[in-house]
Design a protein around this ligand. Structure first.
Ligand code: SF4
Ligand code: SF4
Length: 344
């Protein structure tokens, strides 16, 4: 019988790994629960959730629920999905929460409709559990007001990670899109030590890093993680609202740098087994564009777009009780999950 790490390696080697990103900052238990059930039945191999034992537990229970429903729906779930918990460095967008300063806000309401998670009610007090830190609100808030600021979710990794693993998480992802190399490597060592027997992932984009710095950081991450390293190539974080080639372009650009530097470059043979997941603006076009560009990747990690296409269902309290609604949601999700198979 294969170990869980061997099962995950097989999915990555076959380039069929699909992870649904519930959101590093998403602490809406019910949404995570519904997403985990739908996407398990649709064939997702993993879920990326907030590093909060309560959320991990909700995702685990929802996967169990999917197993319970599967025979009735004529669905076979080949591999139990892996739960990844996301933690982040101070400054990384994935682990921050927006706050509206009532002294500066003029109640123009511009921020309300742009929030993808309905975290800003008409009272203009952000609901922390719903905020995923995407930054759309502060982008539209008039700059002269500067009425929105962010607080970092400051969880001590050595305390929270073992609790999450105990609750059922099997992988850890560090969002490291900030420029302080030394601090990142310290946190990365903690991540590695907490999870010695399964994959660990470093999520990187190029907002703070040049191509050279990106490559150097990956080399250091590999020295610590060995054959357990996944790099999540995070194009433009949380930008997958549009389902087009342009939105997904930057994720593929990062994967392409990694591919040329580590997979193809004979001088870097010792790095050639680095696994790459595409994320950040990923959508139904991602696999197609990556294949057009002949870029190597081992899986897809989808958040904003994947959540949006089933949102009409995940907003409904009792939709798991309605077989027809559930089947519709699963069909939509499955179409996305299997996109990689269609274009290879
Ligand atoms: S727009 Fe994004 S950052 Fe602002 S409140 Fe909504 S989820 Fe949070
Ligand atoms: S956009 Fe800025 S000023 Fe306008 S309601 Fe939102 S926080 Fe207040």
């Amino acid at each position: 019988m294969k170990t869980r790490m061997e099962q995950m390696k097989e999915l990555l080697d076959n380039r069929t790994y699909f992870k649904l990103v519930c959101g590093a900052g998403n602490e809406d238990t019910e949404e995570v629960r519904r997403l985990s059930t739908i996407y398990t039945l649709a064939g997702s191999n993993g879920f990326d959730v907030s590093a909060n034992p309560k959320i991990v537990k909700a995702s685990m229970e929802a996967i169990d629920k999917a197993y319970e429903l599967a025979p009735k729906l004529g669905i076979e779930i080949p591999v139990r999905p892996f739960i990844t918990v996301s933690v982040g460095m101070p400054g990384d967008h994935h682990v921050r929460k927006a706050i509206i300063d009532p002294e500066k806000c003029v109640s123009c309401d511009l921020c309300i409709p742009v929030c993808p998670t309905d975290a800003i009610p008409k009272e203009l007090v952000v609901i922390p559990d719903l905020c995923i830190g995407c930054g759309h609100c502060s982008a539209v808030c008039p700059p002269r007001l500067d009425a929105i600021y962010y607080e970092h979710n400051d969880k001590a990794l050595r305390d929270i990670l073992p609790e999450c693993l105990e609750a059922g998480a099997e992988n850890i992802e560090l969002h490291a899109a900030v420029d302080d190399n030394d601090q990142i490597l310290e946190e990365w060592k903690i991540v590695s030590e907490c999870n010695p027997n399964n994959f660990i992932s470093m999520c990187l984009d190029r907002f703070h890093l040049s191509n050279f710095q990106l490559v150097e950081r990956i080399k250091k991450a590999k020295e610590i993680a060995g054959d357990r390293l996944i790099i999540q190539a995070d194009g433009i974080p949380m930008s997958g609202g549009q389902d087009n080639f342009n939105t997904t372009l930057q994720a593929i650009a990062i994967a392409d740098i990694i591919h040329k530097e580590f997979h193809e470059n004979k001088r870097n043979k010792k790095y050639k087994d680095i696994y790459v997941l595409l994320s950040g603006g990923t959508n139904s076009k991602t696999a197609e564009l990556a294949n057009i560009c002949d870029t190597n990747y081992h899986g897809l990690s989808l958040g904003t777009h994947a959540r949006k296409i089933v949102r009409e269902y995940t907003l409904t309290d009792d939709f798991l009780e309605h077989e027809l609604q559930m089947k519709n949601a699963i069909t939509i999700a499955k179409d996305l999950v299997t996109m990689a198979d269609r274009v290879q």
